[in-house]
Write a protein that binds this ligand. Structure first.
Ligand SMILES: [Zn+2]
Length: 257
């Protein structure tokens, strides 16, 4: 005869463990989603930063152009001044000296005109790039808004799910004997404290024994241990991983797990 009470307790404990695993996944998602939203916002912020930098580059190029144009205008005024002086000077020397000044202005103007051409090309290129970046920022913003909304929706759903599961858990817990329950909680707590986040989901207090194999360590359960566990008279632990064994009953018509 099997001890029905312990078998049932093991079944309930295993159910509790499965529920807790689901809750753990929800909990992990709840932690990951806000980081994903942050990442989306960071991408938009970076795009906006790029846009501002490009805009600043254009402002500088246009400013340089204006400055070169102002030089050209100043030189034109100066040239006219020299030319009118040339009309009234009396010596050849003075005339030649003014001619040199004018030549100097001409050289300066040529350089400025070349520089202006380069700056104009640069401005055109920057304007084009700026328009592309603006499109990109807008696209990125739209994408972020849509995805953030989806994430928020997911968060709300997960919160609801979590609360529902917490309530279910509360109602479920008294079905399990306090001693067993406490053992389970102590084990889980110790696992959480010692395991890294990634391996947490693999932790379990109860291991299924199916086809003579422990579901936790995947090692064959010793025949003597299996036989002992199938009596459901006292808690039996896996000799290799130390998990509490909930084994498939010897009588096949009993539901398992
Ligand atoms: Zn094991």
């Amino acid at each position: 005869m099997t001890n029905e009470s312990l078998r049932q307790q093991l079944a309930l404990l295993y159910q509790l463990q499965e529920r807790d695993l689901e809750m753990l996944l929800i909990h992990q998602k709840l932690q990951v989603i806000p980081r994903q939203i942050e990442q989306l916002n960071a991408t938009v912020a970076q795009c906006e930063k790029d846009l501002a930098a490009k805009s600043e580059e254009l402002t500088e190029a246009e400013k340089a152009q204006r400055s070169k144009n102002a030089n050209l205008e100043m030189n034109a005024v100066q040239r006219e001044k020299y030319q009118s002086e040339q009309r009234v000077v009396t010596s050849n020397e003075a005339y030649t000296a003014l001619e040199r000044q004018i030549e100097f202005l001409d050289t300066e103007d040529e350089e400025a005109e070349d520089a202006i051409l380069v700056l104009m090309e640069e401005s055109d290129r920057l304007k084009k790039e700026l328009a592309e970046l603006e499109d990109e920022v807008n696209r990125e913003k739209e994408k972020t808004a849509t995805e953030t909304e989806q994430f928020q929706q997911e968060l709300r759903t997960l919160e609801k799910e979590k609360n529902a599961k917490l309530n279910e858990r509360k109602a479920f817990l008294p079905k399990i004997e306090k001693v067993l329950r406490d053992k389970y909680h102590r084990w889980m707590k110790a696992q959480f404290e010692s395991q890294s986040k990634a391996s947490r989901s693999k932790t379990g207090f109860v291991a299924l024994g199916k086809n003579g194999i422990c579901s936790s360590c995947r090692i064959a359960i010793q025949p003597q241990t299996l036989k002992e566990a199938q009596k459901y008279e006292k808690p039996v632990y896996c000799s290799s991983c130390n998990r509490l064994l909930y084994v498939e009953p010897a009588i096949p018509d009993i539901p398992f797990p």
